[in-house]
Design a protein around this ligand. Structure first.
Ligand SMILES: Cc1cc2nc3c(=O)[nH]c(=O)nc-3n(C[C@H](O)[C@H](O)[C@H](O)COP(=O)(O)OP(=O)(O)OC[C@H]3O[C@@H](n4cnc5c(N)ncnc54)[C@H](O)[C@@H]3O)c2cc1C
Length: 310
């Protein structure tokens, strides 16, 4: 039924999805946000680098966003899980875990990523507290501290260079045979950065504060914080892939600068598109996608007026 037709269904109610909902709601669109409520940054207590919200608990940022969206009666936010989406006759049919079926003209996926941390004993206790991935989010708080850089592979050297901006006191733990070239090892040695290949047995900590990195060879290194090269992130939702949206070699969905995918009317924004977008980045992508979608809906409505007259 036409009255059941939403303009836009948004899967995911993080900063990306909620920002898109705000702009679309203010454009008089009927918007339904479906959010499972399990954001990836839930492990951290302080978010940084988001203007006017620096140092605020990310759950408080989400709460303020929802309070502001409450004022718009054309926006509904449902706590539910998007389980399937079908595209029929140019419409999106969204099925949720609780059994709801929603029809919409357009669809946004802002479902983010989920982290699958390496199986290092003690890592869960420090991740998001003193061990992180994103130096722009948490580098300032760890500046000039004795830090561990944990990771391996192609991305290792560029990542070490980046973390070196915040602290020169670095030890790199590859947790197994290192995969970088001899010349690259030389570059680290020239900067007094130790490279340790022995597997990590445990990250010792107290109240989330990293204290020691314990190795299988019995050695222990005192470190007060650290950064992980990757957090084993994977898409939260594979529904867009099932619909035919390609993933790049980082596991990110491919979409244009406004989030438009290869499937007309389907948009992907936030971490699902750019692994670690940031709060500001995801919010901005939500805004951009909403403006693009509203422009398209305005064009479609403009053409519809004439069709209905004929
Ligand atoms: C430990 C950590 C610390 C961080 N610190 C900072 C920081 O200090 N500053 C900063 O700018 N950024 C920080 N970030 C990054 C930032 O949190 C993300 O880039 C941002 O939240 C991405 O927003 P998003 O809307 O794309 O996804 P998310 O915020 O992850 O939101 C996605 C939402 O979609 C929901 N969802 C997933 N699948 C479904 C489904 N099938 N149906 C319904 N709902 C679904 C999830 O439960 C979640 O609520 C941090 C990230 C982490 C992991």
């Amino acid at each position: 039924m036409q009255s059941d037709l939403a303009d836009v269904v948004i899967a995911g109610g993080g900063p990306g999805g909620l920002s898109a909902a705000l702009v679309l709601g203010r454009s008089l669109k009927k918007v339904i946000v479906i959010d499972e409520g399990k954001p990836r940054n839930d492990v951290t207590r302080k978010a940084h680098g988001f203007l006017t919200r620096d140092g605020m608990n990310p759950s408080l940022i989400r709460q303020i966003a929802r309070e502001q969206l409450d004022a718009y009666k054309n926006i509904s936010i449902l706590k539910d899980v998007v389980e399937d989406v079908e595209r029929k006759k140019g419409r999106f049919i969204t099925k949720t875990k609780s059994g709801k079926i929603l029809n919409s003209k357009k669809m946004i996926f802002a479902t983010g990523m989920k982290d699958h941390l390496p199986a290092i004993s003690g890592l869960q206790s420090v991740y998001g507290k003193t061990v992180f991935h994103c130096p722009y989010c948490d580098g300032w708080e760890r500046r000039n501290e004795p830090l561990a850089v944990i990771g391996n592979g192609d991305g290792l050297l560029p990542f070490i260079k980046l973390i070196h901006n915040w602290s020169k006191d670095l030890i790199v733990f590859t947790n197994g045979p290192v995969a970088i070239r001899y010349e690259e090892k030389q570059q680290l040695a020239q900067r007094s950065i130790d490279l340790i290949e022995s597997p990590i047995v445990e990250l010792q900590s107290s109240n989330g504060k990293l204290e020691n990195v314990i190795l299988r060879n019995g050695k222990s290194f005192s470190r007060t914080g650290g950064f992980m090269v990757t957090t084993g992130e994977k898409q939260s939702s594979m529904i867009p892939a099932r619909l035919g949206v390609p993933l790049n070699d980082k596991g990110e969905y491919e979409s244009s600068e406004h989030g438009q995918t290869n499937l007309e009317g389907l948009f992907i924004i936030g971490d699902a598109k750019n692994t670690f977008t940031s709060l500001a980045g995801a919010t901005s992508q939500g805004y951009e996608a909403a403006v693009k979608i509203n422009g398209e809906l305005a064009e479609e409505e403009w053409a519809d007026v004439l069709l209905q007259r004929d």
